[in-house]
Design a protein around this ligand. Sequence first.
Ligand SMILES: Nc1ncnc2c1ncn2[C@@H]1O[C@H](COP(=O)(O)OP(=O)(O)OP(=O)(O)O)[C@@H](O)[C@H]1O
Ligand SMILES: [Mg+2]
Length: 349
Amino acid sequence: MTVLLEVNGLKKYFPIAGKGPSGSMIASWLRSFNQNVPDLRQMLHAVDNVSFSISEGESLGLVGESGCGKSTLVAMLSRLADCTSGKIEFSGRDISAVPARSFHAEPERSELQIVFQDPHESLNPRFTAFDTIAEPLKRLKGLTEKSGLSEKVGALAEQVGLPAALLGRFPHQLSGGQKARVNIARAIAVSPKLLILDEPTSALDVSVQAVILKLLVKLKKDLGMSYLFVSHDLNVVRLLCDRVIVMYLGQIIEEGPTEQIFTNPAHPYTKALNAAVPGGKLRAGEALRLEGDPQSPIDPDPNSCRFYGRCPVGKDVCSRLAPPEVFLTEEHMAACHFVEKQASLDLLE
Ligand SMILES: Nc1ncnc2c1ncn2[C@@H]1O[C@H](COP(=O)(O)OP(=O)(O)OP(=O)(O)O)[C@@H](O)[C@H]1O
Ligand SMILES: [Mg+2]
């Protein structure tokens, strides 16, 4: 399979403003003249050394709890935010070298589209559904009324199950599910190679979520795009994705084919996620219940497992040594000191 997106050692650190002398205005002023003035500010490690790839036609799920860095990763991939370091190759080209502010002029802009986390907030209140869907067609494909803009918008509305009669409505006149459909139509309008969906259903009620998920499954079949599907719900990912990566506090802690992540999760955090899924293979037993608060994402200790303190199987070594990447199969990786021992434990009911 041809690799479409290749991400290597991607990091996004946010400086915590005003902490210590090196975070002062004088220090940032000096830094603007001289790159060598060290930046010793406290940093929030939102995404920390993340590497993965997506092949053409493949759909990858990205799961992890709130605040683990999913949207920050998505913002870098879709070039809405610059990276602290690392590389993003899309269709063989290093797009991380293009500053986020000028990416809109690049050819990859139309090949890489995103459906944002909140369908209510991501629509322009002054645009009708028609305007929203038409906007990328005009801007990125140069379509005009004469060259069939209305027909194309009508066909897209039909494809996402949005009644044509609603195209003249403004966002406040549409339901959550209808807004989600408008967002999806806008994203697929320019036939992207990669569609990134950041929790596209989390702001919708459960019955609407199911309908939108069915629509996404159908579109995947019809259009043959690659998906990066972000969710905190492992069950939702199962429906759509070939492979899954699990993130915890800015890092990938497990990665593998969807079925293996479901039937044989290896990392204690994935096991806990799995236990919370209705119908998941593992059950929420004592050993799988997570206790305590997550570690702080601000300047985390590089020589410690970030799950330590909350992990039901963590030992002293986890606080002294970063976990190794253990490959259970060629495609299934878990970053944990105790993967093999875990695998031999019978955690099934
Ligand atoms: N612009 C910013 N400045 C400083 N910190 C930020 C910024 N954006 C995000 N963060 C921090 O980065 C971390 C990751 O946030 P992010 O929004 O990527 O999480 P998420 O996994 O998408 O969470 P959710 O599931 O709630 O959407 C959080 O600790 C957050 O507070
Ligand atoms: Mg998010």
